[in-house]
Design a protein around this ligand. Structure first.
Ligand code: ASP
Length: 347
């Protein structure tokens, strides 16, 4: 791990999309209301002393992240694209509930990214005394501003939360209660904050600095997730598979990619594939990897042409499938890209 001191003088754009972090008590009604982000430094006075040049834009309306969808991912990516050459880094304030989906989506959209895009938020509103939002915001800005020889130290889409900077498409929300709300089960943190900011340089992706940013904005939402469970019935499976227009199905399987060996189940999956559908096998486990063929209960899935999600998170699997269906020119291209890393999301 390499220890660095935050660098003053860099310019950061804060993009406020909504979520708990941007709330304060309305002095009249006492209710929690979103703050005006052009006055962010009134609420976080530490930022004035930081030496960073900070500007902010706020989406209108701001949203609880349950209401963030592909159209808003495109808006986030376009805001970065329009401001790419004006700022050294970007901090996206976002509700925690779907932050890992948005961070995954942006990691696929922003090809050849050479600047930090750091998502953060908080479990308690920034206007509350015990808020975790202030530390998350200030440290996310510090990470976004870190450079060496004029080059950003973490030119990736990341999530910063409670002392860890993790790759966005490797991260998952795992606590609705604790300040330590996220983790990256299958990939080490890119950096950690304590007394110092320490970087795990060997795990950070440094693309080709000569290549230009490419922003791909299409998503095809004709996908579904089927979480396998003991006792699952055929009519449920068929109602999902027969959804009009469905192109991609994620099956969330047991352990290392296993599922019941009912004859009807494999037959229905095979029929879906024969009609052109794509099936992606992702584990229900928090950590570890799909390994089809390891057990008898996944051999038929492998033989049917189901693509292994290996150690991908559920959030990255959904956004990746929608992204590939929206951007690839053939079914073969989708299946080839699904099974391998396109933005560091799979080992
Ligand atoms: N429901 C909120 C959201 O995701 C929770 C949060 O901000 O942490 O927008």
């Amino acid at each position: 791990m390499q220890i660095m001191k935050p660098r003053a003088g860099t310019s950061i754009l804060i993009i406020y999309t909504g979520g708990t972090i941007g709330m304060v008590h309305d002095p009249v009604t006492g209710s929690l209301v979103p703050i005006n982000f052009s006055h962010i430094t009134d609420h976080v006075p530490e930022l004035q002393k930081s030496g960073f040049s900070i500007k902010s834009v706020s989406f209108d309306p701001v949203r609880d992240s349950s209401n963030i969808d592909p159209a808003i991912w495109v808006k986030m990516a376009e805001t970065i694209e329009e401001n790419y050459h004006k700022y050294d880094g970007f901090v996206i304030l976002h509700g925690t509930d779907t932050m890992a989906y948005s961070a995954s989506a942006l990691s696929f959209m922003l090809g050849n990214l050479q600047k930090p895009v750091i998502f953060t938020g908080s479990q308690l509103p920034i206007g509350l005394l015990r808020t975790d939002g202030r530390e998350n915001l200030v440290t996310a800005i510090e990470f976004a501003s870190e450079q060496e020889n004029g080059k950003p130290l973490v030119p990736e889409v990341c999530i910063y939360f409670d002392s860890e900077l993790t790759r966005g498409n490797r991260t998952t929300k795992f606590s609705a209660e604790h300040f330590d709300a996220f983790n990256s089960p299958n990939y080490p943190p890119l950096a950690v904050s304590g007394l110092h900011l320490k970087f795990n340089r060997d795990f950070i992706r440094y693309g080709d600095a000569d290549k230009k940013l490419i922003v791909r904005k299409k998503f095809d939402t004709n996908v579904a997730i089927l979480k396998i469970f003991p006792g699952m019935g055929r009519s449920l499976v068929q109602s999902i598979i027969n959804t009009p227009g469905l192109k991609g199905l994620i099956i969330e399987t047991f352990g290392s990619g296993n599922a019941p060996t009912y004859g009807w189940f494999i037959e229905d999956l095979r029929n879906f594939i024969m009609k052109g559908g794509i099936i992606f096998n992702v584990t229900q486990c928090h950590g570890g990897s799909v390994e089809m063929g390891l057990y008898e209960t996944s051999r038929d899935l492998l033989a049917a042409g189901i693509v292994s999600g290996k150690d991908i998170t559920s959030e990255a699997s959904v956004t990746k499938l929608m992204f590939l269906l929206g951007n690839c020119s053939s079914r073969q291209e989708v299946t080839d890209c699904l099974g391998r890393s396109i933005a560091g999301e799979i080992s």
